[in-house]
Write a protein that binds this ligand. Structure first.
Ligand SMILES: Cc1cc2nc3c(=O)[nH]c(=O)nc-3n(C[C@H](O)[C@H](O)[C@H](O)COP(=O)(O)OP(=O)(O)OC[C@H]3O[C@@H](n4cnc5c(N)ncnc54)[C@H](O)[C@@H]3O)c2cc1C
Length: 567
């Protein structure tokens, strides 16, 4: 029978202290125990819970998850019983003495302080929601959401104050999830967002597509608006939210969801290296600038695998994976963390949204700083499964790729089903350094309920590959001169009648060949349809008939999204 061979680090007894007992901390300790039966492992958390599902908090507030206990994934006693790991709750680590390798812990219930020595220390302190020092920020009824006690306070406030109207500040994932859950409780929600659109990590013309879904559920949107402060409305004793541009919104409750910052006080005070984004700097084995101290999860900065930039992840998946890498490193296994790529998903009412990799907005930002990554984009609109099978719905996708070698850089998608599956496939392709040609060739599941013989992923790859192979010249709306360029709209006549670009010419694709002798061969023709497919077909016909033409990437829908953002 094969014997498990232990290396020196696994067979030696060492004492490991872990600060933070949720995604990163809990994943670290369990992996560590599987690698070493000998290690003494103590995990501290200042809060009352260990390993709870923070991602479920908005749904607990909304009673979709009815019981608090359902958020608790492992009980403290299970850590002792199943893993021989000591968990100390209500135990805040207040300082790290690197020289003597010890931490000072405060028992937050009894107020007592004591020290604990370590051979290895792991910092998994997570992040804290941003709570800016605005006038009135400490008024009762203004909440952030990070913990189970936060959610219980929000639930109590809603009940005790019969909350009817709420303002959610920030249209990111947590803001949107809270919007959905509050709406489900019968609360009327107004979102206040500084950007022109919700979902800050999406490109504007994609994100703006969910505005309709939100408005359809009665959510009021105040985009391009920032909060200046809060006060108590004298007449109604409700909260007054003051905004810039000048506006006052009266409500019963405010949820602040304007981002999170790595909780680095301990690390900073201990003199560990902190990066420009405010996270602890670690190497590929999650080791900090002190070889005896590791850090994982929201508290660290990691390299983005697409751009090579330092980035914060603030997501559960990377926290768990980093924890596993760190545990392996502590016990002498030479694995390295590949980096992060911002793969995230969210459901907001009937829209699923997901993305992976880098956005065009960030590529432009990095380029301004000198990190120029050439890119091209395609947009597609494709059914999530064979449209002859009942229940299919459209997926809108934007794919960003390198025009040099076709490497996939990022993807964003919105739809009513099957969105996260496509983004997951592309996420894996990105991690493997995949190209749009790989997407084109990917063999994916197909039965009518799940996909199509040409899946959304394949079609994205095909659309991009067509451009790279020179089958179709393309142009972006930004590069069009609306008064001079000859715009050819190949959408159907009824669609053209409903809305069109002033001065454009309509040649419906269903009868497109009838129009060939009406088109001007001496002019460059700028062709577009709704999203790109019919324009591509039309361009192929035109090119083979001697016309000079280009396909406008993103089509009429992207044009409309751009117009909406200007309003
Ligand atoms: C409402 C909400 C929804 C989310 N939804 C998703 C989602 O759908 N998908 C996703 O991937 N991610 C989601 N996240 C993010 C995800 O929860 C975090 O990325 C993940 O929990 C990070 O794990 P972590 O271990 O680094 O930090 P945390 O989970 O924040 O744990 C850190 C712990 O450290 C403790 N701590 C901090 N300082 C000390 C100290 N000095 N002494 C003792 N203890 C200390 C804290 O009390 C805390 O319990 C969501 C987060 C929130 C708040």
């Amino acid at each position: 029978m094969a014997k498990t061979r232990l290396n020196d680090k696994q067979s030696k007894k060492q004492k490991i202290c872990v600060i933070g007992a949720v995604a990163g901390g809990a994943s670290f300790v369990t992996r560590a125990r599987r690698l070493s039966e000998k290690a003494e492992i103590i995990m501290f958390d200042r809060g009352p819970h260990v390993s709870f599902a923070s991602c479920g908090l908005p749904y607990y507030v909304g009673n979709v998850i009815p019981e608090e206990s359902e958020l608790l994934m492992v009980k403290p006693e299970d850590f002792r019983g199943m893993y021989n790991i000591e968990v100390r709750l209500f135990s805040e680590v207040i300082s790290v003495d690197r020289k003597n390798k010890q931490i000072t812990v405060r028992d937050v219930q009894k107020g007592k302080e004591y020290t604990e020595s370590y051979d290895t220390l792991v910092i998994a302190t997570g992040s804290q929601p941003v709570r800016p020092k605005l006038p009135g920020i400490d008024l009762p009824g203004i909440f952030t959401l990070r913990s189970i006690p936060d959610s219980n306070q929000i639930k109590k406030w809603i009940k005790d104050n019969n909350v009817k109207e709420a303002v959610v500040v920030g249209g990111g994932l947590i803001g949107l999830e809270m919007t959905e859950n509050l709406t489900g409780l019968g609360v009327s929600v107004t979102i206040v967002e500084m950007l022109p659109h919700v979902i800050p990590f999406f490109d504007p013309e994609m994100a703006v597509r969910v505005h309709g879904n939100l408005k359809g559920k009665g959510v009021k949107l105040n985009m391009n608006t920032s909060v200046k402060g809060f006060s108590l409305d004298e007449a109604s004793h409700r909260i007054k939210v003051m905004t810039e541009p000048d506006k006052k919104i009266i409500c019963d409750m405010v949820i602040l969801s304007i981002g999170s910052r790595p909780e680095v006080k301990l690390a900073r005070d201990a003199g560990l290296e902190i990066g420009d984004l405010g996270g602890v700097r670690v190497n590929e084995q999650m080791q900090t600038s002190d070889v005896s101290i590791y850090a994982v999860g929201d508290v660290v900065e990691s390299r983005d695998i697409v751009t090579g930039e330092w980035a914060l992840s603030l997501l559960s998946g990377p926290a768990s994976r980093q924890a596993r890498i760190a545990a392996d490193a502590v016990f002498g296994r030479n694995r390295t963390f590949r980096g992060i790529q911002a793969t995230a998903a969210c459901r907001i009412f009937d829209a699923d949204i997901a993305s992976t990799g880098v956005s065009e907005t960030n590529l432009k930002r990095y380029a301004k700083r000198g990190n120029i990554i050439p890119y091209e984009t395609v947009y597609l609109i494709t059914p999530n499964h064979a449209d002859y099978y009942p229940g299919s719905s459209m997926i809108f996708m934007k794919l960003i790729f390198s025009p040099q070698d076709g490497k996939i850089l990022g993807a964003q998608a919105i739809g009513a089903g099957g969105v996260e599956k496509r983004i997951d496939v592309i996420a894996m392709a990105i991690q493997m350094g995949g190209t749009v040609y790989d997407m084109e060739e990917a063999e994916l599941c197909y039965a009518p309920q799940f996909g199509a013989a040409k899946d959304v992923v394949n079609i994205g790859g095909m659309a991009a590959s067509n451009i790279l192979r020179g089958d179709i010249p393309t142009v972006h709306w930004d590069d069009i001169n609306f008064s001079e360029n000859y715009l050819l709209d190949v959408r159907e006549a009824d669609e053209f009648k409903e809305a069109h670009i002033e001065g454009s010419f309509n040649a419906p694709f269903s009868i497109f060949r009838q129009y060939l002798d009406k088109l001007d061969k001496d002019k460059k023709i700028y062709v577009f349809c709704n999203q790109g497919k019919m324009a591509y077909f039309a361009c192929r016909i035109l090119l083979q008939n001697g016309f000079d033409c280009v396909d406008i990437i993103g089509g009429f829908r992207t044009y409309q999204a751009r117009e909406r953002l200007k309003r």
